[in-house]
Design a protein around this ligand. Structure first.
Ligand SMILES: [Zn+2]
Length: 324
């Protein structure tokens, strides 16, 4: 196994401006990059240059008409797209394509063996985006497109997507609900009280995909104990049974106790514990192939702390040792 961890980032990602005082702001990525520089971790990472994803690939999961509408809204200087929380600027379309292409580039490097795993510090985030619907700060579903890329370009048959963002990844679930090649596991705050209001336990996939969606909603104010219990007792046994060939992580750090957008109480240590379990899963079943894609996380200090920890874990895992 190669001993490197890839890091996808480009200053262009700062140019998606969803509006003054919007929580999904460019400073999120600046805080991450600043921390990786301050700690010197950046020097241990292999930079991966993102590229603009070809529209033909984005069309694998999003309607052509939807893509055109998004492009046109940006071109005419609209300030929102489809819903009020999806703020845009003229460059948002290009930046969103670069976010998808960042995930593609990381997939390529991992599958080619140039790196063992990677972290994608991309924005806008993606897990709420549906086939023809922008939602929850998301336009194109970065991680879902990455999974589609693994299936179609590399012929993988079993890809796991774990989503620990505090919000349910309605987009990712919908896009693969009838596909048994993708196992989607989401840990999120009780949808009765939390955006986007989906992700009930009864949602388990459809048709051939029935049983390949596992929603583990957790009551408001759940912390490390509840998250780790859900993952250990229910999530991991199912993931092991699925035996993924590649593990994708939708990493939102907004279940942290100090995040302003939700009501969960996960700590930095809790995120580390979950990270270790998933990296062990990838080591045992997927030849260590693990790709993390940033989703939410709106407290800049918490985001920097948690990403620093997670990146340290990726680096250790790439070297064959998984840190606690
Ligand atoms: Zn979120």
């Amino acid at each position: 196994m190669t001993a490197a961890t890839g890091f996808v980032y480009d200053e262009t990602y700062l140019r998606h401006r969803p509006g003054e005082s919007h929580p999904e702001r460019p400073a999120r990525l600046e805080a991450i990059v600043q921390r990786l520089n301050q700690t010197g971790l950046i020097n241990e990472l292999t930079p991966i240059a993102p590229y603009k994803a070809p529209v033909s690939w984005v069309e694998k999961l999003h309607d052509a008409e939807y893509i055109k509408k998004f492009q046109a809204a940006c071109a005419r200087g609209a300030s929102i797209f489809m819903v009020p929380d999806c703020g845009i600027c003229p460059e948002s379309y290009e930046v969103a394509l670069l976010a998808v292409g960042g995930v593609f580039a990381a997939v390529e490097k991992i599958m080619d063996g140039a790196v063992a795993n990677a972290f994608c510090a991309v924005r806008p985030p993606g897990h709420h985006a549906e086939r023809a619907r922008a939602l929850g700060f998301c336009f194109f579903n970065n991680i879902a497109l990455g999974a589609a890329y693994l299936l179609e370009r590399y012929g993988l048959e079993r890809v796991a997507i774990i989503d620990w963002d505090v919000h349910h990844g309605n987009g990712t679930q919908r896009l693969f609900e009838d596909d048994s090649r993708i196992f989607y596991l989401s840990l999120h705050e009780d949808p009765q009280f939390c955006y986007p209001g989906t992700g009930f336990r009864r949602e388990q996939g459809r048709g051939p995909g029935l049983g390949f969606t596992l929603n583990l909603p957790l009551p408001m104010h759940s912390g490390d104990q509840e998250y780790l219990r859900a993952l250990t007792q229910e999530g991991l046994p199912r993931l092991k049974k699925f035996a993924p060939q590649f593990v994708l992580l939708s990493a939102g750090f907004d279940a942290h106790e100090d995040d302003p957008l939700a009501h969960q109480e996960v700590t930095r240590q809790g995120y580390r514990a979950m990270g270790r379990m998933l990296l062990e899963l990838a080591r045992d079943y997927a030849q260590g192939r693990f790709l993390t894609v940033l989703e939410g996380g709106y407290n800049l200090m918490v985001l920097a702390d948690c990403v620093e920890d997670h990146v340290r874990q990726l680096i250790s895992a790439a070297r064959g040792q998984i840190d606690p």
